[in-house]
Design a protein around this ligand. Structure first.
Ligand SMILES: [Zn+2]
Length: 242
């Protein structure tokens, strides 16, 4: 599904547009003049469905927003099927993804709670390498930059897309349309870090917001970041998605 000149939606589950497996987050393909990148990988139960939504040449990069299974579970399967795919995530999430650490990515808890079926397992992706705040990836005419945004989970990273005509943010589970955020009772969900991350995002000037689930905003999208930041600034918590 084409969203902008450079961005296509190639995966999306039940908390989105039912394009691929129900557990998948939104999976975006960003096409530059020289190469392409995926943002997030889905849950990994049906990687072939995501691949069917892409045309050759296949992407060179897979940039993960965080280690939760609906975002990173497909990394191993995509790396297996896309030769030379460079999988990146921020620490400590990168280490958890490499090892398939189901406790640290809160999968054990989510499976017990019924969010994931009891037979779901996270496939480790040993080829993942760490990405740091400020890293820029030039795809040819368009650039993706990593912005560290902990709060929803440790190692959470948003990716800013800069093109000659517009800017867009791939926000994972950090911020959604309407200024919603995602607070969960998990070991690495941290409110002060969340507020600081929204302070950083509030200084951007984006046109489009591409979150990990739910609606997508194609214009005037900075208002969503401002709404969340304003509530944090006043000492309140923005509304949380499920
Ligand atoms: Zn998450």
């Amino acid at each position: 599904m084409r969203l902008t000149e450079h961005v296509r939606l190639v995966g999306s589950g039940a908390a989105g547009f039912d394009l691929t497996d129900p557990l998948d987050c939104h999976v975006y393909l960003i096409q530059g003049g020289r190469s392409a990148a995926l943002v997030d990988a889905g849950a990994g139960r049906d990687v072939a469905a995501i691949l069917r939504n892409m045309d050759p040449p296949l992407p060179e990069y897979l940039l993960l927003t965080h280690a939760h299974a609906d975002h990173a579970g497909g990394a191993a399967g995509l790396a297996e099927r896309i030769p030379g795919l460079r999988v990146m995530a921020a620490s400590p999430a990168a280490g958890w993804i490499a090892k398939g650490d189901e406790r640290m990515i809160s999968l054990e808890r989510a499976r017990t709670g019924g969010t994931y079926p009891c037979d779901y397992q996270f496939p480790p992706c040993p080829t993942v390498v760490p990405i740091t705040d400020g890293t820029r990836i030039d795809l040819g005419g368009v650039v993706l930059s990593a912005i560290a945004t902990p709060g929803h989970a440790d190692g959470h990273t948003c990716y800013l897309l800069e093109t000659p005509r517009y800017q867009a943010l791939f926000s994972g589970d950090c911020v959604f349309t309407g200024g919603r955020i995602s607070l969960q009772n998990l070991h690495d969900c941290r409110v002060p870090e969340y507020a600081r991350s929204l302070s950083r995002l509030a200084t951007l000037d984006i046109d489009a917001l591409f979150p990990g689930h739910h609606e997508i905003s194609l214009s005037r999208a900075q208002r969503h970041l401002t709404a969340a930041h304003d509530l944090f600034t006043r000492g309140f918590l923005p509304p949380s998605t499920t």
